[in-house]
Design a protein around this ligand. Structure first.
Ligand SMILES: NC(=O)c1ccc[n+]([C@@H]2O[C@H](COP(=O)([O-])OP(=O)(O)OC[C@H]3O[C@@H](n4cnc5c(N)ncnc54)[C@H](OP(=O)(O)O)[C@@H]3O)[C@@H](O)[C@H]2O)c1
Length: 377
């Protein structure tokens, strides 16, 4: 097996002067400890959560790139408000890329590490926009025979989040779900999981073609937030399903508040579900994404039994424990090419991911337009 001593890795830095810089740096590959393996990263997706670290609050519409090949550097201006939000990271070169997959090309001396030699594995843990990654052997998910690095590149973030939404629903005593930006890569996985597991799901999208896409997949409840009857249609779907838990990927504006209002209106239709303080059952919206960066507006017209909070996969997995995490990972590995299949519209190199026009394409995060970085390209 080849073990290079250096490799290219992507870093994002915000400078004191209000500029974001995204670039590749040549880094040495550390010596392996007994329980570690060296993975040659062959495929790593660009997810919205990666872009949070890559671009922060910079203005991508004004981004430019200079240089060629591995010397390409992307820069983008950061507003005063953006600088305030990103104060804690100013001057730090942050490694980017949450997850990816590739081949184990060198191992430490432990049995578990040695057993992974030559295997294709998926890995989560940051610093994935790189040609190589040293990782603990027990953090690797070996892919099943016949599965490639591209099949396994998006093995963790979206699949585990979608599965964890169902786990959260059960743990917090709810029986059905509402999901927003529901035609997303993750949203389509959630549709398939709910169908397989018999969980009622209310999908909220913002365009007619997204309604058609999810209906073609067999989704029963798909509501368009752009429809003039949105609130009435959402209330009907929530009443039909009994959903009292929502996961909102947009995070901003009035969507979370509107969902709570519809849950309240749906509860008011059921005798006994209501008190003078509003409906009795706790209604919860988790803001788990930031697709809409405007402030979150809560109109509070839904009694007193409700909550709005943040939700993050690693925090949930830490709370749920190792057994739950292992069960979810096993299901992902088994259903990688079906329930959890991701489709990519573009495969690009590390350097191409720094080109300003390419950045603007994947920064748009449009339905079905997911980019895959192939660091060996
Ligand atoms: N908290 C966590 O632990 C966690 C973990 C994983 C994922 N996430 C979040 O899950 C979400 C989905 O990720 P993904 O990889 O599946 O995304 P994706 O495939 O890139 O899809 C993004 C979707 O969001 C829609 N969208 C974009 N901006 C929107 C807006 N302002 N309002 C409404 N819809 C909007 C897009 O529709 P259009 O075509 O109409 O633009 C598209 O359908 C992201 O927000 C991500 O950050 C969170």
């Amino acid at each position: 097996m080849t073990t290079p001593s250096t490799h290219l890795q992507m870093f994002s830095t915000v400078s004191e002067s209000g500029e974001l810089r995204l670039e590749l740096k040549e880094k040495s590959i550390p010596a392996l400890e007994a329980n570690q393996v060296l993975v040659r990263i062959e495929a790593t997706p660009i997810n919205p959560s990666d872009q949070g670290v890559m671009f922060g609050w910079s203005d991508i519409s004004a981004a430019t790139s200079a240089g060629e090949g591995q010397n390409t550097v992307l820069t983008a201006p950061v507003s005063e408000q953006g600088m305030r939000v990103m104060k804690a990271r100013v001057g730090q070169a942050l490694a980017v890329g949450n997850e990816g997959a590739g081949t184990v090309v060198a191992t430490g001396s432990d049995e578990l590490a040695k057993g992974l030699a030559g295997k294709v594995v998926a890995v989560m843990g940051g610093s994935m926009y790189a040609q190589y990654r040293v990782v603990n052997a027990d953090a690797c998910l070996p892919l099943l025979e016949g599965h490639t690095a591209k099949d396994g590149a998006s093995c963790f973030v979206n699949p585990l989040t979608a599965l964890s939404m169902i786990e959260t629903m059960k743990m917090e005593d709810h029986s059905a779900l509402v999901h927003t930006a529901a035609a997303s890569n993750l949203g389509q996985m959630l549709v398939r999981i709910c169908q397989a597991d018999g969980v009622e799901l209310v999908n909220i999208v913002r365009k007619d073609e997204q309604v058609a896409l999810l209906r073609d997949m067999g989704a029963k409840y798909v509501i368009n937030s752009s429809s003039e009857n949105f609130m009435a249609e959402l209330t009907d779907a929530i009443h039909a399903t009994g959903a009292t838990l929502a996961f909102d990927a947009t995070g901003g504006g009035t969507l979370a508040s509107n969902i709570l209002a519809c849950m309240e209106a749906a509860a008011a239709r059921t005798p006994g579900a209501y008190s003078i303080y509003g409906s009795v059952k706790h209604k919860q919206v988790y803001l788990y994404g930031n697709l809409d960066t405007s402030p979150t507006v809560l109109q509070r017209a839904y009694g007193m039994a409700w909550g709005v909070g943040g939700w993050l996969l690693p925090n949930f997995l830490a709370k749920a424990g190792m057994e739950v995490a292992a069960r979810l990972r096993t299901r992902v590995a088994r259903e990688l090419k079906t329930t959890f299949a991701s489709h990519y519209t573009n495969e690009i190199s590390l350097a191409e991911a720094l080109d300003a026009d390419t950045v603007r394409q994947y920064y748009a995060k449009h339905t079905g337009e997911k980019f895959l970085i192939c660091p060996q390209k």
